[in-house]
Structure formats: structure tokens, C-alpha cells
Design a protein around this ligand. Structure first.
Ligand code: VG1
Ligand code: CO
Length: 542
């Protein structure tokens, strides 16, 4: 029975960098999730009878919203829902399933690396038919709709049996519950040299993959242990938990510290990696060396031809603006295009669809390619494994040789989390206000060359996205970038991205924070971080 339920708008359903993210109790308000999902459907056209992919990262409240989304999809006229078993689909797997089944789009339930649990974070994101996050014109339409919505459509039907693979019906809609891993694993097998990686494991190569109790556990077990023959236990924390075991499923040096410490120890394995809550991020650590995501992007781009899926070479490379310019030097050497986009994967979709870029990356531990339209944690891990299997050299040697050839981009990001919104907005507004006077001024011994507020002109559809981060470029090529996070759920997070290029190989062995110490001081002098936020140090350094 079709039900039209009267509702009132919520004023805070503006999608951020990657969908709508809020605390669970916010999502648990009556009609909150329903309003947002209906606002998505009301902003789309032409989906009647078509397929919708639905899946999430398994966090607390996932199953409830999956059931809601299925009923609402049926009531709104979708012909078919493709749902991961148990309501599970990693973000890259969802992207692949949308593409493989030529679905109209998909709903991905995740707050990614944010913690999960009854008082932690939840999120909903809509992806379009190319498998990628909805572009800004769609998310803006969804937000506009959410502000005036007065009804949503649903059905009075029992819950779908999410754990049983097979076909059921809900109203007039077919629901297919699929294995969340197999399509994705097959895609990986089509891109990488599995026999070579298997041989490397057979020869005693040791690796640890930390799934952080999040969605990649089953994927890593199937791919690394079952298909590639890595020893049982290679995938750690591999059982997804609704609260991620109480941890932040954020693969960085703070939240994956155990892995980091292991990789720096005398008996470290050859390779360490981790992924985040929804499986789209990656952390790469070699024995005795952390590979920054920006360097990882550059290294993968430079070596991708060693993997069968990329042996024809790259069409181009794209990176988000705050990501270091290490990949730019690789693009230059390869003679391919280099694109600089705003933060967030939604900006890569057009470049990938147009065949202008093959590999994309973000400094926030996101790397991916045109195989899907999301960043993809395990993909990055597998490409690294493929490179290692082909080169048979330690990660450290590969990284150091890369720096020697291209120079080293020292890079760090300082996050000030849960700062008062007013203080953070004031800081950014004042920075914007003084962009014009910064050039020529000297901070911590560094002279500002240019300063601007990054605006992106999409070369494919001509759309313009403004206010994407304040860039301050110093003479000599170093820079700092200031941005407010668009994924947090309480207060504001100020991100300060710091980069210094060092061409001289004799200077490549400096500890990163030391190598950029003057830039850190300059950033504080320019923006008054300590004074305005009341913090004398960042909450997270990556
Ligand atoms: C952060 C990262 C950004 C990433 C986004 C979504 O956004 O900086 O690079 O695309 O998270 O990733 P923000 O607005 O907080 O800086 V995920 O793995 O959270 O979906
Ligand atoms: Co994520």
C-alpha cells in the first residue's frame, strides 16, 4: 500500500564534501532520513522502472536506513533495488555495482572515516549513473528540495531479508540481495597481475592489512588471503563492527598508530596498509617508511604501467588542489594532462568520464582510477602490491629513488578539530579579506608570492566552483592552504595543508615537521591560528 506521509522540512540537510553527515541521534529524529532520501528522489528525473543500488559501510543504524530506503525506492517507482548482503557495500564496490548493472544511481550509507555508534556519525550520499558522487548541481537541488519538502512516499511492507542472497519483491519493485564482495573482487582481478602477486607472497613477502573493524574486512580476506594466497591473519581487525570497535576508522598516523609502530619496528613486515570506514581511503607504509598519500599518488602514477590494467599508459592525472604537486612532475614526464580540482571525489567524475584522466588522488589518503568513480582503498593497495611484485624492491628504495628523480615534496596536514564555528569562519573570512595585501609580505622569513581563493572551472561541463580553499604561495614554490572541512559533524575543522618542494637529494632525509617548520610558523602568523582557535597545536597531524 502506497503511503504518502506528511512531513516538515529540516533546515540542516545540506550535503557536504561527501553527502549528508550527522550524528546518529539527528538521523533518528522522525522523518529525518526519509526527508533527505525523498529530497534526493524529488531532485532526479527519469528513474521510473530503473535500478537503484543501496548499500552502506555497516555502521550503527545502517540496516534501519537500508530498509527505509528500499521501501521508499519502491514507493517512488524504481523497478529494481540492488542491495549488498547484510546492507553492506564498500563505497568503491557500490560504485562498481552501479556501473556494472547500469543502475540509475545509488544510495551509499556511510560517514566514512568518522566514528560510528549510537552517539557517533551516520551519513547518506547519492551517486549518479556513472557510479560517482552526485555533482554539485544535484546536491544543490537536493538541499533546495529538503528546505521545502512536505511529504514523502513509502510503503507498508515488512522488512526485506537482507542476509539472504536472492530476489524478493517489495511493492512493485524487485529487490536483489547480492554478494557485496564478488563483483568487486573480479574487477580487481581484471586489473592486476594476481599470479605475480601470488608468487611474491609465496616467496615469503609479508604484509599486514588493517581493516580497522570496518567494511574492507571481508573484501581484504577474500582478495588478499583467498585469491592471492597471503597467510591467514594478513587482514587484521577484519570483522566489520557497527561501532568499529570504538575506534576512528581513519587510516592515518594517529588512528592507525599500531600499524605504524609495527611498520617502524625491527621485525616489520614488508608492507603495511589500512583502509577507512567505507573502504575508499588507503594508508600505505613500507618497512621503515610512511608514504604520504600525495607521494603515493605520484608513485602509483609513475609505476601504473606495470599493472596489466594500465599497461597502455595514463590519459592524465588529476589531484585535488590541496594535494602536493608531486604527481604534477610525473604527469610532466609522462607528457599527459594534469588537472587540479577542489577537494572531494565528485569533481573527478567528469574528467574520468571524458577520458581526460586515468588516475586521481587526494592528500587525504584517497587514490583511484577510471575503473570506478570513487576513490578506492583496496585498489591502491593492490596496485602497490602489483608494483612491488614487478619491481621486487623494498618500498623504501622505490620511494627514495622516486624522490631522487623528481625531487621531494615535503608535505603535512595540520587539522584543528571541533573548533568553534564562529572562530573558524572568522579566520577564513579575514584571510579572504587580506588576500590582496599578502603578496610581498614576509612571514617567518618567507615572502608571499601570490595568494588566492581557489576556484575551479570544470573543463568538461563549464561549471564553476568557488571558495574552495585559500592558497598562499611563497617565493621558491612552497605553499600553505587553508580550508574548512565539509565532512565534520560538530563544530568546524580547520585544515592547514603545508608543502615544500626540495629538489636536492642530499636534503631528502629530513623529518617532515622539521623540513616545513618555517611554513608552519608562517601559517600561524598569517592566519592567527593559535590566537583565534585557542589551540597551541593541531589535534591531528598527517
Ligand atoms: C575529507 C577529505 C577529502 C575527502 C572527503 C571524503 O573532506 O579532506 O579529501 O574527499 O573527506 O572522504 P573534508 O571536507 O572534511 O576536508 V571520505 O573517505 O570521508 O568519504
Ligand atoms: Co571514506
Amino acid at each position: 500500500m502506497l503511503k504518502t506521509v506528511a512531513t516538515k522540512p529540516f533546515s540542516d540537510q545540506k550535503p557536504g564534501t561527501s553527502g549528508l553527515r550527522k550524528k546518529v541521534p539527528v538521523f533518528q529524529q522522525p522523518n529525518y532520513a526519509e526527508n533527505f532520501i525523498q529530497s534526493v528522489f524529488d531532485s532526479l528525473e527519469g528513474f521510473a522502472g530503473k535500478a537503484l543500488v543501496i548499500g552502506g559501510d555497516g555502521r550503527f543504524y545502517n540496516r534501519e536506513v537500508i530498509q527505509t530506503a528500499i521501501r521508499m525506492a519502491a514507493a517512488n517507482g524504481f523497478g529494481r533495488a540492488i542491495v549488498g548482503q547484510g546492507g553492506i557495500l564498500s563505497t568503491p564496490a557500490a560504485s562498481h555495482v552501479i556501473r556494472k548493472f547500469k543502475a540509475f544511481g545509488g544510495l551509499i550509507l556511510s560517514a566514512s572515516h568518522n566514528p560510528g555508534g549510537p552517539h557517533e556519525d551516520f551519513g547518506i550520499k547519492y551517486n549518479i549513473g556513472n557510479g560517482g558522487p552526485a555533482p554539485e548541481k544535484v546536491t544543490e537541488a537536493v538541499f533546495a528540495r529538503s528546505k521545502v519538502i512536505d511529504r514523502y512516499l513509502t510503503l507498508d511492507t515488512p522488512d526485506v531479508a537482507l542476509d539472504i542472497i536472492g530476489t524478493q519483491t517489495v511493492g512493485g519493485m524487485t529487490v536483489e540481495v547480492i554478494d557485496p564482495v564478488s563483483d568487486y573482487a573480479a574487477l580487481m582481478e581484471s586489473l592486476f597481475d594476481f599470479p605475480a602477486i601470488r608468487a611474491m607472497f609465496k616467496d615469503g613477502f609479508r604484509m599486514v592489512f588493517d581493516a580497522m573493524h570496518a567494511v574492507t574486512g571481508p573484501y581484504a580476506k577474500e582478495i588478499l588471503e583467498n585469491r592471492l594466497g597471503a597467510p591467514a591473519g594478513t587482514a587484521r581487525n577484519a570483522t566489520p563492527l557497527p561501532d568499529f570497535g570504538g575506534h576512528h576508522p581513519d587510516p592515518n598516523l594517529v588512528h592507525a598508530k599500531e600499524l605504524y609502530d609495527l611498520m617502524m619496528s625491527a621485525d616489520a613486515p614488508d608492507f603495511g596498509a589500512a583502509s577507512d570506514g567505507d573502504g575508499d581511503r588507503n594508508l600505505i607504509i613500507g618497512k621503515g617508511i610512511f608514504v604520504t598519500p600525495s607521494d603515493s599518488l605520484a608513485l602509483l602514477a609513475a609505476n601504473a604501467h606495470l599493472a596489466p590494467g594500465y599497461k597502455a599508459g595514463l590519459k592524465g592525472i588529476a589531484r585535488s588542489m590541496p594535494t602536493s604537486a608531486a604527481a604534477d612532475r610525473v604527469a610532466e614526464k609522462l607528457g599527459v594532462g594534469m588537472y587540479e580540482t577542489p577537494t572531494g571525489w565528485k569533481f573527478f567524475g567528469n574528467l574520468l568520464d571524458a577520458g581526460m584522466a586515468t588516475i586521481c588522488g587526494e592528500e587525504s589518503a584517497g587514490t583511484g582510477s577510471d575503473h570506478v568513480r570513487e576513490k578506492d582503498g583496496l585498489w591502491a593497495v593492490l596496485l602497490w602490491l602489483n608494483v612491488l611484485a614487478a619491481r621486487r624492491q623494498p618500498v623504501k628504495d622505490i620511494v627514495v629513488a622516486h624522490w631522487r628523480e623528481f625531487g621531494r615534496n615535503y608535505y603535512t596536514r595540520h587539522d584543528y578539530e571541533e573548533v568553534e564555528s564562529e572562530a573558524a569562519n572568522g579566520l577564513m573570512a579575514d584571510l579572504r579579506g587580506k588576500l590582496g595585501v599578502l603578496p610581498g609580505l614576509k612571514f617567518a622569513g618567507l615572502v608571499v608570492e601570490t595568494a588566492d581563493d581557489f576556484a575551479y572551472h570544470d573543463p568538461v561541463d563549464g561549471s564553476v566552483s568557488r571558495n574552495q580553499g585559500i592558497r598562499v604561495l611563497f617565493q621558491g614554490g612552497s605553499r600553505v592552504v587553508f580550508r574548512l572541512s565539509g565532512t565534520g559533524t560538530s563544530g568546524a575543522t580547520l585544515r592547514v595543508y603545508i608543502e615544500r618542494y626540495e629538489p636536492d637529494a642530499a636534503q631528502h632525509g629530513i623529518e617532515t615537521q622539521e623540513a616545513v617548520a618555517d611554513l608552519i610558523r608562517a601559517a600561524d602568523e598569517i592566519a592567527g591560528i593559535a590566537q583565534r582557535t585557542g589551540r597551541d597545536r593541531p589535534s591531528v597531524i598527517t
